[in-house]
Write a protein that binds this ligand. Structure first.
Ligand code: ATP
Ligand code: SF4
Ligand code: MG
Length: 316
Protein backbone atom coordinates (compact mmCIF):
# COMPACT_ATOMS: atom_id res chain seq x y z
CA UNK A 1 0.00 0.00 0.00
CA UNK A 2 1.30 3.49 -0.73
CA UNK A 3 1.86 5.73 2.28
CA UNK A 4 -0.55 8.71 2.24
CA UNK A 5 1.08 12.13 1.74
CA UNK A 6 -0.49 13.30 4.97
CA UNK A 7 -1.97 11.33 7.84
CA UNK A 8 -3.68 12.81 10.88
CA UNK A 9 -4.54 10.36 13.65
CA UNK A 10 -6.55 11.34 16.73
CA UNK A 11 -5.24 14.90 16.38
CA UNK A 12 -6.17 17.20 19.25
CA UNK A 13 -5.54 20.92 19.76
CA UNK A 14 -5.90 22.57 23.15
CA UNK A 15 -5.63 26.35 23.40
CA UNK A 16 -4.61 28.23 26.52
CA UNK A 17 -2.66 27.12 29.59
CA UNK A 18 -4.70 27.79 32.75
CA UNK A 19 -8.01 26.36 31.56
CA UNK A 20 -7.11 24.87 28.21
CA UNK A 21 -9.98 24.55 25.76
CA UNK A 22 -10.10 21.55 23.46
CA UNK A 23 -10.62 23.10 20.04
CA UNK A 24 -9.99 19.96 17.97
CA UNK A 25 -10.88 16.56 19.35
CA UNK A 26 -9.85 13.36 17.61
CA UNK A 27 -9.36 14.45 14.01
CA UNK A 28 -8.20 11.58 11.79
CA UNK A 29 -7.86 11.52 8.01
CA UNK A 30 -5.54 10.61 5.18
CA UNK A 31 -4.67 12.69 2.15
CA UNK A 32 -3.40 10.82 -0.90
CA UNK A 33 -1.25 12.31 -3.66
CA UNK A 34 -3.24 14.21 -6.26
CA UNK A 35 -6.53 13.89 -4.35
CA UNK A 36 -8.77 16.51 -2.75
CA UNK A 37 -10.13 16.24 0.76
CA UNK A 38 -13.00 18.66 1.28
CA UNK A 39 -13.49 19.89 4.85
CA UNK A 40 -16.94 21.31 5.52
CA UNK A 41 -18.90 22.59 8.50
CA UNK A 42 -20.46 25.78 9.81
CA UNK A 43 -18.54 28.68 11.27
CA UNK A 44 -16.58 27.71 14.38
CA UNK A 45 -16.47 23.97 13.65
CA UNK A 46 -12.65 23.88 13.59
CA UNK A 47 -11.92 23.89 9.87
CA UNK A 48 -9.29 26.66 9.98
CA UNK A 49 -7.78 25.27 13.18
CA UNK A 50 -7.28 21.95 11.38
CA UNK A 51 -5.43 23.80 8.60
CA UNK A 52 -3.34 25.77 11.10
CA UNK A 53 -2.38 22.55 12.88
CA UNK A 54 -1.22 21.06 9.59
CA UNK A 55 0.88 24.06 8.67
CA UNK A 56 2.22 24.66 12.20
CA UNK A 57 0.54 27.99 12.88
CA UNK A 58 -1.77 27.21 15.80
CA UNK A 59 -1.86 30.33 18.03
CA UNK A 60 0.21 30.13 21.25
CA UNK A 61 -0.08 28.92 23.92
CA UNK A 62 -1.29 25.55 22.73
CA UNK A 63 -0.85 21.82 23.08
CA UNK A 64 -1.15 19.45 20.16
CA UNK A 65 -1.82 15.76 20.71
CA UNK A 66 -2.18 12.71 18.52
CA UNK A 67 -0.17 12.17 15.40
CA UNK A 68 0.45 14.13 12.22
CA UNK A 69 2.64 12.50 9.60
CA UNK A 70 4.01 13.91 6.36
CA UNK A 71 4.71 10.75 4.41
CA UNK A 72 6.28 8.57 7.07
CA UNK A 73 7.75 11.42 9.14
CA UNK A 74 5.99 12.24 12.41
CA UNK A 75 5.74 16.02 12.68
CA UNK A 76 4.46 16.33 16.24
CA UNK A 77 7.68 15.01 17.77
CA UNK A 78 10.10 16.71 15.35
CA UNK A 79 11.97 19.79 16.60
CA UNK A 80 10.40 23.07 15.49
CA UNK A 81 13.06 24.04 12.96
CA UNK A 82 13.08 20.73 11.07
CA UNK A 83 9.30 20.65 11.15
CA UNK A 84 9.17 24.16 9.67
CA UNK A 85 11.60 23.27 6.89
CA UNK A 86 9.80 20.07 6.00
CA UNK A 87 6.39 21.68 5.94
CA UNK A 88 7.64 24.78 4.12
CA UNK A 89 8.86 22.71 1.20
CA UNK A 90 5.87 20.47 0.89
CA UNK A 91 2.78 22.29 2.15
CA UNK A 92 1.44 25.67 1.01
CA UNK A 93 -1.68 27.48 2.10
CA UNK A 94 -4.11 29.94 0.55
CA UNK A 95 -5.95 32.08 3.07
CA UNK A 96 -9.49 33.35 2.97
CA UNK A 97 -8.65 37.06 2.85
CA UNK A 98 -5.69 37.75 0.57
CA UNK A 99 -5.26 41.32 1.86
CA UNK A 100 -4.13 40.03 5.26
CA UNK A 101 -1.68 37.56 3.74
CA UNK A 102 -0.13 39.88 1.16
CA UNK A 103 2.32 42.64 2.03
CA UNK A 104 0.57 45.92 1.14
CA UNK A 105 3.78 47.87 0.43
CA UNK A 106 5.55 45.40 -1.86
CA UNK A 107 4.51 44.85 -5.48
CA UNK A 108 2.88 41.49 -6.18
CA UNK A 109 5.59 40.48 -8.64
CA UNK A 110 8.27 41.29 -6.06
CA UNK A 111 6.47 39.26 -3.36
CA UNK A 112 6.42 36.17 -5.54
CA UNK A 113 10.02 36.75 -6.64
CA UNK A 114 11.20 37.07 -3.03
CA UNK A 115 9.63 33.71 -2.19
CA UNK A 116 11.54 32.09 -5.04
CA UNK A 117 14.78 33.77 -3.95
CA UNK A 118 14.37 32.61 -0.35
CA UNK A 119 13.01 29.09 -0.86
CA UNK A 120 14.57 28.11 -4.17
CA UNK A 121 17.74 30.23 -4.13
CA UNK A 122 16.75 31.72 -7.49
CA UNK A 123 18.81 34.67 -8.76
CA UNK A 124 17.08 38.07 -8.87
CA UNK A 125 16.53 38.02 -12.62
CA UNK A 126 15.47 34.36 -12.63
CA UNK A 127 13.03 34.98 -9.78
CA UNK A 128 11.53 37.98 -11.56
CA UNK A 129 11.10 35.99 -14.78
CA UNK A 130 9.47 33.10 -12.95
CA UNK A 131 7.19 35.42 -10.96
CA UNK A 132 5.81 36.86 -14.19
CA UNK A 133 5.36 33.36 -15.63
CA UNK A 134 3.45 32.35 -12.48
CA UNK A 135 1.16 35.38 -12.73
CA UNK A 136 0.41 34.27 -16.28
CA UNK A 137 -0.25 30.70 -15.13
CA UNK A 138 -2.91 31.83 -12.69
CA UNK A 139 -4.73 33.66 -15.44
CA UNK A 140 -3.55 37.24 -14.98
CA UNK A 141 -3.52 38.92 -18.38
CA UNK A 142 -0.42 40.94 -19.39
CA UNK A 143 1.46 39.60 -16.33
CA UNK A 144 4.58 41.64 -17.08
CA UNK A 145 2.57 44.85 -16.78
CA UNK A 146 0.70 43.68 -13.66
CA UNK A 147 3.76 42.51 -11.75
CA UNK A 148 4.70 46.03 -10.48
CA UNK A 149 1.17 46.59 -9.08
CA UNK A 150 0.59 46.77 -5.33
CA UNK A 151 -2.11 44.50 -3.83
CA UNK A 152 -4.62 47.34 -3.30
CA UNK A 153 -4.46 48.17 -7.00
CA UNK A 154 -5.89 44.76 -7.91
CA UNK A 155 -9.45 43.39 -7.67
CA UNK A 156 -10.33 40.76 -5.04
CA UNK A 157 -10.26 38.02 -7.65
CA UNK A 158 -6.85 39.13 -8.93
CA UNK A 159 -5.45 39.25 -5.40
CA UNK A 160 -6.66 35.71 -4.81
CA UNK A 161 -4.94 34.69 -8.06
CA UNK A 162 -1.72 36.28 -6.74
CA UNK A 163 -2.10 34.29 -3.50
CA UNK A 164 -2.50 31.14 -5.55
CA UNK A 165 0.60 32.01 -7.60
CA UNK A 166 2.58 32.43 -4.37
CA UNK A 167 1.24 29.17 -3.00
CA UNK A 168 2.19 27.12 -6.06
CA UNK A 169 5.52 28.95 -6.67
CA UNK A 170 7.59 26.31 -4.88
CA UNK A 171 5.56 23.40 -6.29
CA UNK A 172 4.12 22.07 -3.01
CA UNK A 173 2.85 18.51 -2.78
CA UNK A 174 -0.05 19.67 -0.65
CA UNK A 175 -2.09 22.82 -1.10
CA UNK A 176 -4.37 23.91 1.72
CA UNK A 177 -7.11 26.25 0.50
CA UNK A 178 -9.06 27.79 3.40
CA UNK A 179 -12.28 29.32 2.03
CA UNK A 180 -10.38 30.54 -1.05
CA UNK A 181 -13.50 31.87 -2.76
CA UNK A 182 -15.70 33.05 0.11
CA UNK A 183 -14.69 36.71 -0.10
CA UNK A 184 -15.32 36.88 -3.86
CA UNK A 185 -18.30 37.61 -6.13
CA UNK A 186 -20.17 34.53 -7.27
CA UNK A 187 -18.94 34.69 -10.87
CA UNK A 188 -15.34 35.12 -9.72
CA UNK A 189 -15.76 32.25 -7.24
CA UNK A 190 -16.42 29.82 -10.06
CA UNK A 191 -13.37 31.08 -12.00
CA UNK A 192 -11.09 30.64 -9.00
CA UNK A 193 -12.43 27.14 -8.37
CA UNK A 194 -11.81 26.19 -11.99
CA UNK A 195 -8.29 27.62 -11.77
CA UNK A 196 -7.47 25.63 -8.63
CA UNK A 197 -8.76 22.41 -10.17
CA UNK A 198 -6.79 22.99 -13.36
CA UNK A 199 -3.56 23.74 -11.46
CA UNK A 200 -4.10 20.69 -9.31
CA UNK A 201 -4.45 18.47 -12.36
CA UNK A 202 -1.41 19.99 -14.01
CA UNK A 203 0.86 19.91 -10.96
CA UNK A 204 -0.52 16.70 -9.43
CA UNK A 205 -0.92 18.40 -6.03
CA UNK A 206 -3.05 17.03 -3.23
CA UNK A 207 -5.50 19.58 -1.88
CA UNK A 208 -7.16 20.13 1.44
CA UNK A 209 -10.08 22.32 0.51
CA UNK A 210 -12.00 24.08 3.28
CA UNK A 211 -15.43 25.64 2.92
CA UNK A 212 -18.62 26.15 4.88
CA UNK A 213 -20.41 25.65 1.56
CA UNK A 214 -21.17 22.02 0.78
CA UNK A 215 -22.05 23.04 -2.80
CA UNK A 216 -18.44 24.12 -3.37
CA UNK A 217 -17.07 21.10 -1.51
CA UNK A 218 -19.15 18.71 -3.61
CA UNK A 219 -17.67 20.18 -6.81
CA UNK A 220 -14.03 19.73 -5.86
CA UNK A 221 -13.69 16.81 -3.43
CA UNK A 222 -12.74 13.17 -3.77
CA UNK A 223 -13.25 12.65 -0.04
CA UNK A 224 -15.32 14.73 2.35
CA UNK A 225 -14.82 15.35 6.06
CA UNK A 226 -17.78 16.97 7.80
CA UNK A 227 -16.75 18.73 11.02
CA UNK A 228 -18.97 19.74 13.90
CA UNK A 229 -17.80 21.52 17.07
CA UNK A 230 -14.17 20.45 16.66
CA UNK A 231 -14.91 16.81 15.90
CA UNK A 232 -15.58 14.73 12.81
CA UNK A 233 -19.29 14.14 12.26
CA UNK A 234 -18.94 12.14 9.05
CA UNK A 235 -16.25 11.31 6.52
CA UNK A 236 -15.84 9.18 3.44
CA UNK A 237 -15.74 9.15 -0.36
CA UNK A 238 -17.49 12.31 -1.60
CA UNK A 239 -20.03 10.50 -3.77
CA UNK A 240 -20.95 8.18 -0.88
CA UNK A 241 -21.31 10.91 1.72
CA UNK A 242 -23.43 13.06 -0.61
CA UNK A 243 -25.65 10.23 -1.84
CA UNK A 244 -26.02 8.39 1.48
CA UNK A 245 -25.32 10.79 4.34
CA UNK A 246 -25.73 8.98 7.65
CA UNK A 247 -25.17 11.80 10.15
CA UNK A 248 -28.15 14.12 10.75
CA UNK A 249 -25.78 17.12 10.57
CA UNK A 250 -24.60 16.13 7.10
CA UNK A 251 -28.20 15.67 6.03
CA UNK A 252 -28.95 19.15 7.36
CA UNK A 253 -26.03 20.62 5.38
CA UNK A 254 -27.25 18.88 2.23
CA UNK A 255 -30.79 20.23 2.67
CA UNK A 256 -29.42 23.75 3.07
CA UNK A 257 -26.80 23.40 0.34
CA UNK A 258 -26.54 26.43 -1.95
CA UNK A 259 -25.81 25.91 -5.62
CA UNK A 260 -22.64 27.96 -6.12
CA UNK A 261 -23.26 28.65 -9.78
CA UNK A 262 -26.80 29.96 -9.18
CA UNK A 263 -27.03 31.54 -5.78
CA UNK A 264 -30.45 31.25 -4.24
CA UNK A 265 -31.82 34.11 -2.19
CA UNK A 266 -33.46 32.53 0.80
CA UNK A 267 -31.80 29.34 1.91
CA UNK A 268 -33.20 27.15 4.64
CA UNK A 269 -30.89 26.95 7.65
CA UNK A 270 -30.35 24.33 10.34
CA UNK A 271 -31.99 25.86 13.44
CA UNK A 272 -29.66 26.60 16.36
CA UNK A 273 -25.92 27.26 16.49
CA UNK A 274 -22.62 25.42 16.86
CA UNK A 275 -21.79 25.16 20.60
CA UNK A 276 -18.78 26.98 21.98
CA UNK A 277 -15.91 24.49 22.49
CA UNK A 278 -16.09 25.20 26.24
CA UNK A 279 -19.70 24.01 26.38
CA UNK A 280 -19.91 20.98 24.19
CA UNK A 281 -21.47 18.82 26.89
CA UNK A 282 -20.56 15.21 27.50
CA UNK A 283 -22.64 13.60 24.78
CA UNK A 284 -23.15 14.23 21.08
CA UNK A 285 -22.45 17.93 20.53
CA UNK A 286 -25.15 18.10 17.84
CA UNK A 287 -27.87 16.84 20.20
CA UNK A 288 -29.40 20.26 20.94
CA UNK A 289 -30.11 20.74 17.21
CA UNK A 290 -30.85 17.18 16.20
CA UNK A 291 -34.40 16.11 15.35
CA UNK A 292 -33.40 12.47 15.88
CA UNK A 293 -31.83 12.93 19.33
CA UNK A 294 -32.66 10.42 22.06
CA UNK A 295 -31.67 10.17 25.73
CA UNK A 296 -28.69 7.98 24.91
CA UNK A 297 -27.24 10.76 22.70
CA UNK A 298 -26.36 12.96 25.66
CA UNK A 299 -24.67 10.19 27.65
CA UNK A 300 -21.38 9.89 25.78
CA UNK A 301 -19.71 11.22 22.65
CA UNK A 302 -20.69 8.83 19.87
CA UNK A 303 -17.66 7.11 18.33
CA UNK A 304 -16.96 7.27 14.61
CA UNK A 305 -18.32 4.05 13.19
CA UNK A 306 -17.89 2.46 9.79
CA UNK A 307 -14.87 1.67 7.65
CA UNK A 308 -14.37 3.85 4.56
CA UNK A 309 -17.56 5.82 5.18
CA UNK A 310 -17.78 6.71 8.86
CA UNK A 311 -20.15 8.73 11.02
CA UNK A 312 -20.30 9.67 14.69
CA UNK A 313 -23.96 9.07 15.46
CA UNK A 314 -25.67 6.44 17.57
CA UNK A 315 -27.87 5.60 14.58
CA UNK A 316 -25.00 5.20 12.11
N1 ATP B 1 -6.99 32.26 18.76
C1 ATP B 1 -8.03 31.63 19.30
N2 ATP B 1 -8.26 31.63 20.63
C2 ATP B 1 -9.30 30.98 21.17
N3 ATP B 1 -10.20 30.30 20.45
C3 ATP B 1 -10.05 30.26 19.13
C4 ATP B 1 -8.95 30.92 18.47
N4 ATP B 1 -9.08 30.69 17.14
C5 ATP B 1 -10.19 29.94 16.99
N5 ATP B 1 -10.76 29.68 18.18
C6 ATP B 1 -11.97 28.88 18.40
O1 ATP B 1 -11.75 27.61 17.82
C7 ATP B 1 -12.96 27.12 17.25
C8 ATP B 1 -12.71 26.72 15.82
O2 ATP B 1 -12.42 27.87 15.07
P1 ATP B 1 -12.04 27.83 13.54
O3 ATP B 1 -11.50 29.15 13.19
O4 ATP B 1 -11.20 26.64 13.26
O5 ATP B 1 -13.48 27.62 12.88
P2 ATP B 1 -13.86 27.53 11.33
O6 ATP B 1 -14.56 26.22 11.13
O7 ATP B 1 -12.68 27.80 10.49
O8 ATP B 1 -14.95 28.70 11.19
P3 ATP B 1 -15.18 29.79 10.01
O9 ATP B 1 -16.09 29.10 9.01
O10 ATP B 1 -15.87 30.90 10.71
O11 ATP B 1 -13.87 30.16 9.43
C9 ATP B 1 -13.99 28.23 17.42
O12 ATP B 1 -14.79 27.93 18.52
C10 ATP B 1 -13.16 29.46 17.69
O13 ATP B 1 -13.85 30.35 18.52
S1 SF4 C 1 -25.94 10.87 18.16
FE1 SF4 C 1 -28.05 11.45 18.56
S2 SF4 C 1 -28.02 13.69 18.73
FE2 SF4 C 1 -26.09 13.06 17.77
S3 SF4 C 1 -26.50 13.19 15.59
FE3 SF4 C 1 -26.94 11.08 16.18
S4 SF4 C 1 -29.12 11.05 16.66
FE4 SF4 C 1 -28.50 13.20 16.61
MG1 MG D 1 -12.19 29.34 9.17
Amino acid sequence: MTIPLLTAAALTVDLGTRNPVRILDGISFELQAGRTLGVVGESGCGKSMTALALIGLVPEPHRIGGSLRLGDVELNTLDAERRRLLRGKRVAMIFQEPMTALNPVVSVGQQIAEMLEVHEAASTSEARRRAIALLGQVGIAAPGERAPAFPHQLSGGMRQRVMIAMAIACRPQILIADEPTTALDVSVQAQILDLLLELQRREGMAMLFISHNLGVISEVSDEIMVMYAGRIAEQGPAAEVLARPTHPYTRGLITTMPDIRHRQRLLPVIPGAVPDPRHRGQGCSFAARCAEAEDICSEAVPALRGHLHRAACVHA
